[in-house]
Design a protein around this ligand. Structure first.
Ligand SMILES: Cc1cc2nc3c(=O)[nH]c(=O)nc-3n(C[C@H](O)[C@H](O)[C@H](O)COP(=O)(O)OP(=O)(O)OC[C@H]3O[C@@H](n4cnc5c(N)ncnc54)[C@H](O)[C@@H]3O)c2cc1C
Length: 377
């Protein structure tokens, strides 16, 4: 009798359970491939994010049962832009998007991944990752593990970036993100982006009649004014739209969610043989409202290649090369466009120019928006 060749099963560890990690876990688990997600926090939890998800993700999410219909996401298809001094323009959003809190969306994807068979190690932070030649050693505070494949979905900035000595980590980034959930009178189909000196603030609706109010600013802005509250009253309130929102809303958090050192530097999507996805591979400026779609899309592309490597259809080298090619062709130009468009925000003159462009040259404005977005996948 012929001996049947039986491939030794590879172990897969996904580091970071945000959107990219949770989508990867769902895809692999649904294909019957065991994987463990290591996440430093415990679900559900809030994150700094504008919580507007581009509709380009809909076909994919629906095909895997990952669209959170039961949470009543809000459909959004109008875009309002205001300048630092309150000039306003409106544009249709083309494909549009949906509003859902990360608190609920991530919890939903986590439950789905668990029921699909993915394993989770929560409240566990990975301290170091080391490629040994044919696999990885992974260290947490009290565990050492081994894996054949590591998927890096640890977000925009992690202590792992430091331990891996990634290039971008040596550049300090001046951006700070601040987020609130509020109850206010905001039209449900509208996402608005309001400029203020050295920053911009998005508002759009999420589930349960709430709105997400989220802004990005320069850390010196907070330093100069002394506190977030002082900065809001003295810089954000100069835009009458922001003054009105802040003055006429119920704020639902005791204090805002904040993050520092938000970086848009170029990163490598594969580093030390770690397959990176989502913000760990490259982060788009938040004004594009496309980071979550990119996290989901890159997780899809990556997972298909990981499946092929797992099933011994391709070598590790081929998996990495193919991923780099696909990642660059799908996302590199979008990240570049996002960085250029960001220059039109956060200053009086540039934001006036952007609003005038949106009012008087709608096709150009629509073209610029389209450059930061992808096609449905
Ligand atoms: C101010 C702001 C507003 C934004 N608004 C929008 C928007 O409206 N629409 C949009 O599409 N995108 C938006 N984005 C971008 C979007 O939030 C990100 O692109 C998206 O969250 C990326 O998902 P991710 O899975 O890569 O990372 P994340 O969702 O950040 O997940 C990373 C996970 O890794 C975990 N982790 C990190 N290090 C470790 C470790 N060492 N061990 C274990 N776990 C670890 C973290 O706890 C986290 O859960 C915004 C971003 C900012 C900063």
């Amino acid at each position: 009798m012929k001996a049947r060749f039986c491939a030794v099963k590879k172990t897969i560890i996904v580091v970071g359970g945000g959107l990219a990690g949770l989508v990867t876990a769902n895809i692999l688990a649904r294909a019957g491939i065991a994987c463990t997600v290591i996440e430093k926090k415990e679900y559900p939890f809030h994150r700094v994010c504008g919580e507007y998800v581009s509709n380009e993700t809909l076909p994919f999410l629906k095909s895997l049962g990952l669209f959170p219909e039961e949470l009543n996401p809000i459909q959004i298809n109008r875009f309002q832009l205001t300048s630092v001094n309150g000039k306003s323009a409106e544009l249709p959003l083309g494909l549009g998007g949906f509003g859902i809190s990360r608190f609920s969306f991530d919890q939903f994807l986590y439950q789905k991944a668990k029921s699909n068979g993915a394993e989770f190690l929560l409240k566990t932070e990975v301290d170091s990752l080391h490629f040994t030649g044919d696999g990885f050693e992974i260290r947490t505070r009290d565990k050492q593990m081994e894996a054949d494949i590591v998927v890096g979905t640890f977000g925009k900035r992690s202590k792992l970036d430091v331990s891996l000595n990634r290039d971008f980590i040596h550049q300090r980034s001046p951006y700070v993100g601040v987020k609130y959930h509020i109850r206010t009178d905001h039209p449900s189909d509208l996402i608005a982006l309001h400029n203020f000196q050295d920053g911009y603030c998005g508002i759009s609706n999420i589930e349960e009649g709430k709105s997400c109010l989220c802004y990005l600013t320069h850390r010196n802005n907070i330093k100069d004014f002394g506190s977030i509250k002082e900065m809001e009253e003295n810089a954000l309130f100069k835009n009458p739209f922001l003054k009105s929102i802040f003055s006429n809303s119920d704020f639902l958090f005791d204090k805002p969610e904040t993050i520092n050192e938000v970086s848009f530097e170029i990163k490598k999507p594969v580093e030390n043989h770690i397959m990176m996805s989502g913000d760990a591979a490259g982060m788009i400026t938040p004004l594009c409202g496309n980071g979550m779609a990119m996290a989901i899309h890159s997780a899809k592309v990556l997972s298909e290649l990981v499946k092929d490597f797992y099933n011994e259809k391709i070598t590790r080298n081929k998996m990495e090369q193919k991923y780099l090619l696909q990642w660059n062709s799908l996302f590199a130009k979008r990240l570049w466009a996002g960085r250029q468009i960001q220059k039109l925000f956060g200053s009086g003159r540039a934001s006036d120019f952007a609003v005038n462009l949106a009012r008087q040259a709608k096709p150009v404005a629509k073209f610029l928006i389209s450059k930061t977005h992808g096609n449905p996948f």
